[in-house]
Structure formats: C-alpha cells, structure tokens
Design a protein around this ligand. Structure first.
Ligand code: ATP
Length: 314
C-alpha cells in the first residue's frame, strides 16, 4: 500500500502537577493524560521525489519544517536513510479538527501519527516502545499520543504507565478560537512565580513524581468513578494562566455553574473541559454554556474519553 489514513486523537490532562526542575532544564512533572475522540485526520503517502510535503486545511498551522508532523517525517528519514532512499519522500495531508495551541497536544498527535504511518508505509516493523522513544525526541507529549488511552506520565511527560481505560466518560470542551497560550510561556511564568517551592534534589524529585501512582486520582480511575475523578481534577498551570487570561477563568466558571461534575483547564490551556454524567448531560451543558456566553469566538465540542491513540482509518 502506498498511502495510509490515520486518526490522531487529542488529549486532555486529568491531572498536572509541577514538581521541580530537572538537570536537562525541563520540568519534572506528574500527569494523568486521557485521549479523547476529538481527532485530526492524517493522510500519508509516498511521493517519487525525495522531499517531505505537508498540507493542512488550518491557516494557523505551518506547513514548513516547523510543523511537528514534518519534523516527525524528517526524523524517520535521518534514522532510516536506506529505507527513505528505497521508498522516496512523503506527502502529509492534515485535516485539522483539534483546536490549535489549545493544550490538547494537536501538534504532538500529528507527529505521533506520522511516526506510526511511516512505520507502516516503509514496513519498518518498529515496536510501540521504539516509536515512543523516537517520539520523545520530538516532544514530551508525543510518546503518549502513540498508544493513547489513559496513562500516568512522569519525567518530562515521556515516562508512561498505562492505566485501565475509562469508559462512558463524557466531556464538553471549550476553546476561544482567537485565544492562544504558549506552552513555554506558561511553564516559564510558573517557574518565575513558584520556583522557590520546587523540589531540588533528584532523589526527592523521583519520589514525589512516583507518588502520583498511589494518589487519589489513580484510585478514582481504577474504580471508574466519574464523580471522584471530577473532584480530583488538578492542573498547576491554572495558577498562572487563569490570572493572565480572564476569559479562560470565566469559561471555567460558566462550566461550573452549568452543573457539571468537575471542570479544569487542559495542559497549558486555553481550552477548558468539563466532565458530565452522560452524553445527554454533556449536550445540555454545551447548550447552556453557549447561551450563557453568546460569543461566536467560543468553540464547544461534546467528546468522550477513548482507549486508544493513533489508529488507521478504514
Ligand atoms: P501541547 O498540548 O502539546 O502543548 P498544544 O495543543 O498546546 O500542544 P499545538 O496545537 O500543538 O499546541 O500548537 C502549538 C503551536 O505549534 C501552534 O502555534 C502551531 O503553529 C505549531 N504547530 C506545529 N505543527 C503543528 C501541527 N501539526 N498541528 C498544530 N500546530 C502545530
């Protein structure tokens, strides 16, 4: 086969704790990540020239070397030069449905799809953990996006421990189209404001990060208890993003007053999600938030937790 179509789901953070600085200048994190069925579509095919070409239907997404999907393809060409020479270049067509710069790992999941797709296209036979290892060189969220589902992520987010998949968790997600939050800005601001309370020595960093494994959120997930999960939602980055972006705070408050189980910003924002009792409840909440906000710039999605990352579309 000379082309594949892949489904690349977004993720939300059910839990995001910043523990301290690492020797490599990244933050030591303890997160719980969840794939959702809001997804981009990635078409991947061989082309006769030895180039990488990216197309995307979204005007804010670059199609040059700065696109993470491009960088994933470039990584494969440098890692497997002989296979690249045999099969030629790749053409990547991204149909964007995941809001951009939203804290939903849109770029990372596109990169993960390209790694999975080129592995198939070039018949490389790489394992999931080999793909995750390659993904970690592109970005901290890329390894999670490969297999997706529900997982604890520690280190800078690349050390993964899968958890039991969550079933029947319905979510409403909101994002102001014109509002973007830079992930590096959010972490830098957090360090400036809260760096004094960081755990400093490397042994304690690891101990604190591993505490998430026996924490309340993991227990709630193991019991498939949506109400408890909603109570334990946590995101340290809210402490810097909410004061700087009043619209995000307001959206979170609007969700809370719509009677959801719990609400939280995802990743570095500015998207905000809310857990609901059922799909019907999620649809009602969406309508309620829409009429309370009356702002066309606000995009709202009803979505659900899913048990997988990148998949081939049939
Ligand atoms: P994360 O949650 O991993 O921090 P994000 O969801 O906040 O990511 P992205 O949607 O990945 O953010 O976009 C961040 C920036 O990366 C955008 O400003 C965009 O220009 C750029 N970018 C590069 N490649 C892509 C891609 N394939 N899809 C979306 N954005 C991309």
């Amino acid at each position: 086969m000379h082309s594949y179509t892949l489904i690349a789901p977004a993720k939300i953070n059910l839990y995001l704790e910043i523990i301290g600085d690492r020797a490599d200048n990244y933050h030591e994190l303890a997160m719980i990540l969840q794939s959702i069925d809001l997804a981009d579509e990635i078409e991947l095919g061989s082309i006769s020239t030895d180039t990488i070409r990216v197309h995307c239907n979204h005007p804010q997404v670059p199609t040059d070397q700065s696109n993470l999907a491009y960088r994933a393809a470039e990584l494969m060409t440098t890692q497997f030069p002989n296979t690249f020479a045999k099969y030629g270049g790749v053409e990547i067509t991204i149909t964007k449905r995941i809001p951009v710069a939203a804290g939903l790992a849109g770029g990372s999941t596109n990169a993960a799809a390209v790694l999975v797709g080129i592995n198939l296209l070039w018949k490389l036979g790489l394992t999931q953990s080999e793909l995750e290892e390659l993904g970690a060189t592109l970005g901290s969220d890329v390894p999670f996006c490969v297999a997706g589902g529900t997982a604890i992520a520690t280190g800078r987010g690349e050390q993964l421990s899968p958890l039991a998949s969550l079933n029947n968790i319905y979510i409403v997600l909101g994002k102001y189209k014109s509002l973007e939050v830079s992930t590096p800005w959010a972490y830098k601001s957090y360090r400036e404001e809260f760096g004094d309370s960081y755990v400093r020595d490397s042994d304690n960093l690891a101990v604190r990060a591993s505490a998430v494994h026996s924490g309340e959120m993991v227990k709630a997930i193991l019991h498939q208890d949506a109400k408890e999960i909603a109570k334990k939602l946590h995101n340290d980055l809210e402490k810097v993003v909410l004061p700087a972006y009043p619209q995000v705070l307001q959206l979170r408050e609007t969700f809370a007053s719509a009677g959801v189980l719990g609400t939280m910003m995802s990743g570095s924002g500015p998207s905000v999600f809310a857990l609901c009792e059922s799909q019907e409840h999620a649809e009602e909440v969406k309508l309620q938030v829409r009429s309370a906000t009356k702002n066309d710039d606000l995009e709202l999605f009803v979505t659900q937790a899913i048990a997988h990352g990148i998949q081939i579309a049939f």
